[in-house]
Design a protein around this ligand. Structure first.
Ligand SMILES: [Zn+2]
Length: 316
C-alpha cells in the first residue's frame, strides 16, 4: 500500500513538473519573442553615434540577433537556461522534503544497519558571516550535502548566504526566529516557528518540514507546536559540543558517537565557530575512512524508509 502510495506520489510529482515546464516554456517563448523581435528590428537600423566612454566597462556589448534562426537559437538557449533554473529550484525543494511518515514525529537518528552506512552532518544557528561560507567550501570540496537549521533573524540579516546554502543543494530546517530557551505559549511558539518558515520559503523557495528546538529543549512549547504543525522534530545522536570544546575533543566527540543512521550536531553560526571549521575536514576524512556515506537528514530518512520497505516486502 505504502509503495503504491509512493509511486502515485512520484507520478503526481512528475505530472506536476511536466505541467510546470510546459507552462513555463510557453511563457518564456512568448516573452522572448516580445523581447527579441524588437531587438532584431533595432539591429537593422543605423547605430546611433557613440558617446565617449569615461569608464572602461569590461562587460561586452549585448549581441544583437540578426536573423530568424538566431532568434530561434536564442529562444532555445533561454528556454534551456530557464529549464535548468526550474530544475535547480525543484532540486532545492526536494532536498528538504521529508517522507510523510516522519512528519509530526521526533527523532534522534534514522534506523539504518551497518550495511547502509550513512550519516548526516547538521549545522545550527546560521546563516553566519565567514563561517557559513567556510563550511560551504569544505562541504563542496568533499562533495557532501548537509542539513542546516537556521535562526530566522540571522537569515533576515544574511539572506544571500541563505540562498547560497540552499542553491548548493543542502537541506534546510527551522531553528526558531530568536533562539531563546524560555517557555512559550502556543501564540509565542507560532511566532517563532511560522515567521522563520515563511522567511525560509521567501528566500529559498523551500517549504521546510524539519524543526530543531534551540538547546534541544523538548518541553518548552516549541517542539509541541512544531509537531502539531506536522514538522518532524530533528534532534541528534552525536553532539560535537563544538560551542564549548577544543578542536581535537570536538572531533573525538563526533567519532565516539558516530553510527550508521546517525545525526551529527555542529554549528556554523551563533558565535565564533572557527574550531568547527578547523575540525570539519578531519571529521569528514575520518568518517569516510570508516565507510560512511554523507547524506542530508531527509535523505537519511528516505534511506530508512527504503530499507524498511524492502524488509517488509521480503517478509511477505
Ligand atoms: Zn541552536
Amino acid at each position: 500500500m505504502k509503495e503504491i502510495n509512493d509511486v502515485t506520489n512520484i507520478k503526481r510529482l512528475l505530472r506536476r513538473r511536466k505541467k510546470l515546464i510546459v507552462a513555463f516554456l510557453a511563457a518564456a517563448g512568448s516573452f522572448l519573442l516580445g523581447v527579441t523581435l524588437p531587438m532584431n528590428l533595432r539591429a537593422n537600423q543605423p547605430a546611433p553615434p557613440r558617446q565617449p566612454q569615461v569608464l572602461a566597462v569590461s562587460s561586452p556589448e549585448p549581441k544583437l540577433i540578426s536573423n530568424v534562426s538566431g532568434i530561434a537559437g536564442a529562444i532555445a538557449h533561454r528556454v534551456e537556461v530557464s529549464q535548468q533554473a526550474l530544475a535547480q529550484q525543484q532540486e532545492t525543494r526536494f532536498q528538504s522534503s521529508l517522507p510523510s511518515q516522519f512528519k509530526g514525529t521526533m527523532l534522534r537518528q534514522a534506523k539504518l544497519d551497518e550495511q547502509h552506512k550513512a550519516i548526516a552532518l547538521t549545522f545550527d544557528d546560521g546563516p553566519w558571516p565567514t563561517t557559513t561560507r567556510q563550511i560551504l567550501e569544505i562541504l563542496k570540496k568533499n562533495n557532501i550535502k548537509a542539513t542546516f537549521f537556521w535562526v530566522g533573524r540571522y537569515l533576515q540579516t544574511y539572506p544571500e548566504l541563505g540562498k547560497q546554502v540552499a542553491s548548493a543543494g543542502h537541506a534546510i530546517g527551522n531553528h526558531t526566529w530568536n533562539h531563546q530557551y524560555i517557555k512559550y505559549n502556543e501564540d509565542g511558539a507560532a511566532r517563532e516557528i511560522d515567521r522563520t518558515s515563511s522567511l525560509i520559503e521567501e528566500v529559498t523557495g523551500v517549504k521546510t518540514s524539519m524543526f530543531r528546538p534551540p538547546g534541544g529543549i523538548l518541553n518548552n512549547g516549541l517542539a509541541a507546536y512544531a509537531q502539531k504543525k506536522n514538522y518532524a522534530v530533528i534532534m541528534w545522536s552525536a553532539d560535537s559540543l563544538d560551542w564549548r570544546t577544543a578542536t581535537q575533543s570536538l572531533m573525538d566527540n563526533v567519532m565516539r558517537q558516530a553510527n550508521s543512521g546517525g545525526i551529527v550536531l555542529m554549528h556554523d553560526g551563533g558565535g565564533n565557530r572557527s574550531r568547527t571549521v578547523q575540525a570539519l575536514p578531519d571529521i569528514i576524512a575520518k568518517l569516510r575512512k570508516e565507510g560512511y556515506k554523507f547524506v542530508t537528514v531527509p535523505e537519511l530518512l528516505r534511506m530508512q524508509e527504503q530499507v524498511l520497505n524492502k524488509q517488509e516486502t521480503a517478509q511477505k
